[in-house]
Design a binder for this molecule. Structure first.
Ligand SMILES: NC(=O)c1ccc[n+]([C@@H]2O[C@H](COP(=O)([O-])OP(=O)(O)OC[C@H]3O[C@@H](n4cnc5c(N)ncnc54)[C@H](OP(=O)(O)O)[C@@H]3O)[C@@H](O)[C@H]2O)c1
Length: 338
């Protein structure tokens, strides 16, 4: 196969930096008074990078912020409290590479009668040397994709995210209040992959740097496709039950490349310093989806930074999405037989 520089780690960094520099033209923004006072929002992977930027912006906007993290407890929460001036910041431990840990988080939220107004599925991993998750999956498949399915299934069926579609018993949001919102952090890399491969879905295998990037794009395609299907299933003849929104934050100055070889990391750090956005700036789409009145009654929306665009065609394919949903269920059920 011919070498395509754009698919190499360096090529992808350059492409991301070029995209970042492009003017997006007119984009929506929050109106004065659109805030998150009185709202409870959970963010995964909020101890660093974009997730921490989102936690900070949500706290500044008045939300009670639940930071669901595997590390940085309590330091990251203390930092967000200090920088935002808010006391409504809590840290909850979760390791998304272990379904038992996800269930423990869900038990805690249910038993504490938490009701989420929004959730941001932000956590992701790009390991250089993959190690299987506790349930034996490829780590990027497990953390970047399937963990989110397990988490949402529980939160929706427990009514921690109030809804009438999956909750037992069904839960109504009081009239005049905004519907809950599920916000999914994807990546434009979901377009730069050769599609979802259902054969051996989620199986652990060893890959090197280039395969790493290809696998990352695939997990983001799965996540984006799943989000579209979820938005269909959380809509009925009465309209949107729970809104589902997906975005790529653009190129953000974070720790995402921490596992890369040092030469690439030096290059990445230099690029990031000059061309990538800082995490608080990149949090804008998440804040917009959580607080904007314009998003009420809308779902299945995809943003690249602050511009609404269509996700990849495959992510909009209903048949592929239904198959992915079914296969994901099958894999989750199989782990319960252990
Ligand atoms: N940076 C970019 O240019 C860019 C571009 C497009 C999309 N994104 C997306 O933005 C999101 C945030 O990434 P980032 O750039 O901010 O990278 P990051 O700084 O590496 O943040 C990733 C977060 O995910 C957490 N995480 C990883 N594995 C976990 C696990 N097993 N359990 C719980 N948490 C786990 C990390 O926690 P630890 O600190 O404990 O590892 C960290 O808080 C990701 O979804 C990424 O795909 C980033």
């Amino acid at each position: 196969m011919a070498f395509n520089w754009k698919e190499s780690p360096v090529g992808q960094t350059v492409v991301a930096a070029i995209d970042q520099a492009k003017d997006q033209g007119p984009v929506p923004s929050l109106k004065k008074g659109e805030r998150l006072d009185g709202k409870t929002c959970l963010i995964t992977g909020a101890n660093s990078g974009l997730g921490k930027g989102i936690a900070l912006e949500f706290a500044r906007a008045g939300a009670r912020v639940l930071m669901a993290c595997r590390g940085g407890i309590p330091e990251a929460g203390e930092e967000v409290k200090r920088e935002s001036g808010s006391h409504q910041v809590e840290m909850l431990p979760v390791d998304l590479s272990d379904f038992a840990s996800i269930h423990a988080l869900c038990d805690k939220l249910r038993d504490s009668n938490i009701r989420l107004d929004s959730i941001v599925l932000n956590a992701a991993v790009v390991p250089l040397k993959p190690r299987p998750t506790v349930q034996g999956f490829d780590p990027m498949f497990g953390v970047n994709y399937l963990a989110n399915v397990v988490l949402l299934e529980r939160l929706l069926s427990d009514g921690v995210i109030p809804n009438r579609s999956f909750a037992q018993p069904p839960q109504e949001v009081p009239a005049g209040e905004a519907r809950p919102r599920i916000i999914v952090v994807s990546s434009e890399d979901h377009r730069r992959t050769q599609g979802i491969c259902f054969e051996g879905l989620g199986e652990y295998y060893e890959y090197k740097v280039t395969g790493d990037i290809a696998q990352y794009g695939k997990t983001k395609l799965m996540l984006t496709t799943y989000a579209q299907e979820l938005s269909r299933r959380l809509r009925d003849d009465r309209g949107v039950d729970v809104g589902v929104y997906t975005f790529c934050p653009g190129a953000v100055r974070t720790n995402i490349g921490r596992a890369a070889p040092w030469v690439f990391r030096v290059l990445l750090d230099t690029f990031m310093r000059f061309f990538f956005a800082d995490p608080e700036q990149a949090a804008e789409p998440a804040l917009y989806f959580a607080a904007s009145e314009a998003m009420e009654g809308r779902s299945g929306v995809y943003f690249f930074r602050m511009k609404e665009i269509d996700p990849a065609e495959e992510a909009l394919d209903h048949e592929i999405a239904q198959r992915l949903w079914k296969e994901s269920e099958r894999l989750i059920v199989a782990t319960q037989r252990w």
